[in-house]
Design a protein. Structure first.
Length: 649
């Protein structure tokens, strides 16, 4: 026994059909027999059915058009949600729901027809499935319209053409599946109807032609006939004709293909009295007009295919192609995001207009997008230990503080509402460049405040250069008290650390194991010790007393100035404490060391702060944090810094 997927249409309410899908048994004659289960991704695996990209698209649309999804989309009060049936009782909501369903049902039916998949109408779980199966007719039906002007009004006739064969609508029962675009079922066959709403067929279910009286002629033509004949060719008798065949504009519109989440451009040619999509197979169009003298004119538009081809060639020269789709897209898939589409339009807008194109304001997610290139002006002003990032963005006639964009960048929301109701797409460059500022900065009025330590990572180099940061290289030579010879890359590392020290910033030294991170750190600590008196961050407000006078030790040399303790805290895994003590004694002559570990460790900060270097462990810091945080440390060094890899540790 084998299985397949059978798709289904069921009438949820009058004239409103919803799609579904089932796993169905197939017999030896390749006939659909009985339903086994609903077609879901999980159930397909159970029956060893492959979820192809096509089936995935179809199932996604089924989910999108499910009652549950529609209820979520159209319920205005989520606390008291209404069922879909109740929502449809509201005429306004019902019309919106129908438009939404028909838009996606059109794609769904087109895919099923193109792929010739199984489609049924009102599957019965207890009946043989093939009895409900439809034949998918790939022929697109064409409406045939005829008007004849008579003395007392107008005769209006509508019929259907299938490959030159004309049907009278009243001779065949029709089931109207979609209104616009129109899909109908006739004799268990599914058809697409071109250029006309399926609702226009209803008056002809019971009669072959309509007689429009003279008194009703103008209003009937205005509301019923004129919108129809703008899209459909028709035959006529008793009318005057005016012809058109000059392209007035070629309009580019952004197109979003929701099935593969890509973007491109559709192209429409405007002939003044009528417009044609570039892939439209019709060569012309005619429509009616009533003059002030109650005279009826026929306007006939004939497409100029040679002129249209020139515009298509222009788009190809801009790098767009249409090899596998009905819209123009970039040759590279990397350029089909909303950011790249808008950016491409802004770059080429002037050139496109010079070639005769007009660009329609893009409408994305029901938002009208402003095609305006922004001007960003930013400055960073240093205030004590923070920077204020101030500036504004000029978008067309609007000037907007930069701080208003920060919440959008932080939330990864590129749509910024302008005062005129249109939306500005925040460039991808900004979304990436200012992401850190948005996450770490604080909005103060119209500026964004970040700490001084965050500035090098978050601000442009040019912004930092105009602040108090000194960009001159560090003039450093190894201290005579450093009892080691540094290699060139270690000297470079020390200068890099000292540059951060001079700017009042922290740093992360991440050399590989064995390259001397400890030695580089010791060299920096010696520099800090020698320069503490003159360093702006090291001025001590503590009054010296007997506890602040460092004792002499066997490592102490009188020539070395020990009156001002360095007060550096080095936090380590317990296994490295004695190794660090050994390294300090070996390489840093005159540095006084205290091991803040064990049960006998000091509890008085006056004793602790008289040492140059305090060695302790991560566990001890956790226990003694109330004591240690009272000391204004000149340096805090964390060895094996993965111990603080997240905010909880």
């Amino acid at each position: 026994m084998t299985y397949t997927i059978a798709y289904n249409l069921s009438e949820f309410s009058s004239g409103l059909f919803l799609p579904s899908a089932y796993i169905v048994e197939v017999d030896a004659y390749n006939t659909l027999t009985y339903i086994k289960k609903k077609a879901t991704e999980e159930n397909l695996k159970e029956f060893q059915l492959i979820l192809t990209p096509t089936h995935k698209k179809l199932l996604d649309i089924i989910t999108l058009l499910s009652p549950k999804s529609l209820e979520k989309k159209y319920n205005q009060n989520p606390k008291k949600p209404l069922s879909l049936a109740s929502l449809l009782e509201n005429k306004t909501i019902s019309d919106k729901v129908a438009i939404f369903i028909h838009r996606y049902l059109d794609d769904w039916l087109q895919i099923i027809t193109d792929e010739q998949l199984h489609l049924c109408m009102d599957i019965d779980s207890k009946a043989v499935v093939h009895l409900t199966q439809l034949t998918l007719n790939p022929t697109v039906l064409q409406p045939q319209i005829y008007f004849e002007r008579i003395s007392d009004g107008l005769i209006y006739r509508l019929r259907i053409s299938e490959n030159q064969r004309i049907w009278r609508i009243q001779d065949n029962p029709y089931l109207l599946i979609c209104n616009d675009p129109a899909w109908i079922v006739r004799d268990k066959q599914l058809y697409r109807l071109e250029g006309i709403n399926s609702a226009r067929l209803k008056p002809f279910f019971s009669k072959d032609e309509l007689h429009i009286a003279q008194k009703n002629l103008k209003e009937y033509c205005k509301t019923i006939i004129l919108p129809l004949v703008e899209k459909v060719d028709f035959e006529h008798q008793g009318f005057d004709i005016i012809s058109y065949n000059t392209i007035l504009k070629a309009e580019l519109s952004v197109f979003h293909n929701f099935l593969n989440h890509s973007y491109g451009f559709s192209l429409t040619f405007d002939y003044g009295k009528s417009s044609f999509y570039w892939k439209d197979t019709r060569l012309g169009r005619s429509f009616l007009e009533f003059t002030a003298e109650e005279k009826v004119l026929i306007h006939h538009v004939k497409r100029n295919k040679a002129s249209e081809q020139v515009y298509i060639q222009h788009l190809q020269q801009f790098g767009l192609h249409n090899q596998q789709s009905n819209y123009f897209e970039f040759a590279s898939q990397q350029n089909d995001t909303i950011f790249s589409i808008i950016d491409w339009l802004l770059i080429h807008q002037k050139s496109l207009e010079q070639q005769g194109f007009t660009i329609a304001a893009p409408i994305l997610e029901e938002k009208t997008i402003a095609l305006l290139r922004p001007q960003l002006n930013l400055t960073a002003t240093q205030e004590n230990d923070w920077f204020d990032l101030k500036g504004h963005v000029i978008i067309g006639i609007f000037t907007i503080p930069f701080g208003q964009f920060i919440p959008h960048i932080r939330d990864n929301n590129p749509y910024f509402l302008l005062p005129d109701g249109k939306y500005f797409i925040i460039p991808m460059e900004w979304m990436q460049k200012y992401k850190g500022i948005a996450q770490l900065g604080k909005i103060q009025h119209h500026s964004v405040r970040i700490t001084k330590s965050q500035a090098p990572a978050l601000l442009d180099k040019e912004m930092i250069e105009v602040t108090e940061y000194d960009n001159d290289p560090i003039d450093w030579t190894p201290s005579p008290y450093l009892k080691a010879t540094l290699r060139p890359y270690q000297e470079e590392g020390v200068r890099w650390l000292l540059k951060h020290y001079k700017d009042g910033l922290g740093a992360c030294l991440a050399d590989d194991m064995g390259l001397g991170k400890t030695l580089q750190t010791i060299a920096v600590l010696l520099y800090a010790k020698e320069n503490k008196k003159t360093h702006s961050l090291a001025a001590s407000s503590v009054q010296m007393d007997i506890f602040d006078t460092p004792p002499r030790s066997r490592d102490y040399t009188p020539q070395y100035n020990m009156l001002q303790p360095l007060q550096a805290l080095i936090v380590l895994p317990a296994s490295l404490v004695y190794n660090w003590e050994s390294e300090l004694k070996k390489f840093a002559q005159g540095i006084m060391i205290y091991l803040h570990i064990g049960n006998k460790r000091h509890k008085d900060i006056r004793l602790i702060q008289r040492f140059d270097v305090v060695l302790t462990t991560y566990q001890t810091v956790s226990r003694d944090i109330d004591l240690l945080e009272k000391i204004e440390w000149e340096y805090v060094v964390l060895d094996e810094s993965q111990y603080i890899k997240n905010k909880n540790s």
